[in-house]
Design a protein around this ligand. Structure first.
Ligand SMILES: Cc1cc2nc3c(=O)[nH]c(=O)nc-3n(C[C@H](O)[C@H](O)[C@H](O)COP(=O)(O)OP(=O)(O)OC[C@H]3O[C@@H](n4cnc5c(N)ncnc54)[C@H](O)[C@@H]3O)c2cc1C
Ligand code: SF4
Length: 351
């Protein structure tokens, strides 16, 4: 028998939370299944500090999204849970959860997000070898403590280098895509470091700067003009250590076409967004396709924007490719609304 009352939402990051709130606001029940024991997705799991572009602390901004669903009688939540088996067709699906419980739903929204690039896969840039080489997420966690210190000995860094495009735009390691948000996140991080530690000089090593749309002025120019961040167009070859214990960033300044060897106290990798490492499993369980990079494939772009390759299953947010929080939430809303609209159509057809 058709079940047109409920929509299953897999993943409770910004996209999934937005989808669930939309579904409930349109008179249907949302059933969230989240594999972690907390709601909020990457910004909470990885402890982001202040979000771009709002400047609001992640725990506050995402906290509001979470309380929109936890306090809602039309949203059921299963944490530390995955879908292990999935059967049926649009209007009448049954999902078996890892708890053994079964959920009947007329439609599904996949909001399963992304996996942060693991900098270990770029060993020549020093991560995992030198304590003072960190990722942007680790640096954001440090910013949240209110102090900028070298992990190796606790000194205040005189010079910090942020290396852009780590695990993005890198064909050698099979990651051809741009992760979209890391230029903006890095320019913001440079300003946060300077604000907390005024004696620290921050350098950004880039191939191109992609602070898209309105972010050009708010982040790129502001970081340069007000916070004196130094931008160096370069190709970085390796990060090593000098005899005095400082880090050495080596490569080529691609504007003047000269080799560079620059001493730094800390190096930060602006890590990109990989497809969710679980996508092959998700594709198999839900019977959907993946696009060539491994993100979840979409249906026809202009008439079924949030559709997947299987009818009745929708996708939103960073599950589809690198996305910002704002766009992930907008897509969540769109996927939730589309799922509910299709359920109303099924209901009308069966009346
Ligand atoms: C270093 C860094 C900093 C960033 N900072 C910002 C910023 O300041 N502003 C901004 O706009 N964007 C930022 N982003 C991008 C932001 O992280 C994403 O836009 C956002 O997290 C995408 O939300 P999502 O809900 O689609 O995915 P996610 O946040 O990845 O959430 C997906 C959820 O699904 C769950 N899940 C995954 N697989 C399964 C499964 N099989 N079953 C059940 N649950 C599952 C996960 O546990 C997770 O809770 C940043 C990205 C990076 C890499
Ligand atoms: S947003 Fe910037 S840092 Fe991120 S991959 Fe694109 S160009 Fe590189």
């Amino acid at each position: 028998m058709a079940n047109t009352d409920s929509v299953l939402v897999v993943g409770a990051g910004p996209a999934g939370l937005s989808a669930a709130a939309t579904i409930a606001s349109m008179g249907k029940k949302a059933v969230i299944v989240e594999k972690e024991d907390v709601l909020g997705g990457a910004p909470i799991i990885s402890g982001y500090a202040r979000l771009v572009p709002s400047g609001e602390w992640a725990k506050d901004a995402i906290g509001r999204m979470v309380s929109r669903v936890t306090g809602n009688k039309d949203v059921a939540i299963h944490t530390s849970t995955k879908v292990t088996r999935f059967e049926g067709e649009a209007g009448n699906f049954t999902a078996t959860l890892s708890s053994g419980e079964k959920v009947d739903a007329g439609a599904v929204v996949l909001a399963t997000g992304f996996t942060h690039f693991d900098s270990i896969n770029k060993p020549e840039w020093g991560f995992g070898t030198y304590e003072d080489v960190l990722t942007t997420t680790q640096m954001e966690q440090m910013v949240a403590t209110g102090q900028i210190r070298c992990p190796s000995d606790g000194r205040v860094p005189e010079r910090v280098a942020i290396l852009l495009c780590v695990g993005s735009r890198d064909r050698q390691i099979g990651r051809e895509w741009c992760s979209k948000i890391c230029c903006t996140v890095s320019t913001n991080l440079a300003m946060e470091i300077k604000e907390m530690s005024p004696t620290t000089d921050v350098f950004i090593y880039y191939m191109d700067i992609r602070t898209f749309g309105l972010y050009e002025d708010k982040f790129y120019w502001k970081s340069q003009e007000e916070f004196k961040t130094k931008f160096v167009k370069a190709r970085i070859a390796e990060v090593t250590k000098s005899p005095d214990g400082r880090l050495l960033v080596k490569g080529e300044d691609t504007l003047v076409k000269r080799p560079i060897v620059i001493p730094m106290d800390m190096v930060v990798h602006a890590i990109g967004m990989d497809p969710n490492a679980l996508n092959p499993e998700i594709a198999k369980v839900f019977g959907i396709g993946l696009e060539k990079h491994g993100f979840i494939d979409r249906a026809e772009q202009y008439t079924n924007t949030q559709g997947t390759t299987r009818r009745g299953i929708y996708v939103c947010g960073a599950a589809t490719g690198p996305e910002t929080i704002d766009d992930s939430m907008a897509q969540g809303q769109s996927a939730g609304a589309r799922a509910v609209a299709d359920l109303y159509q099924l209901l009308a057809a069966s009346a």
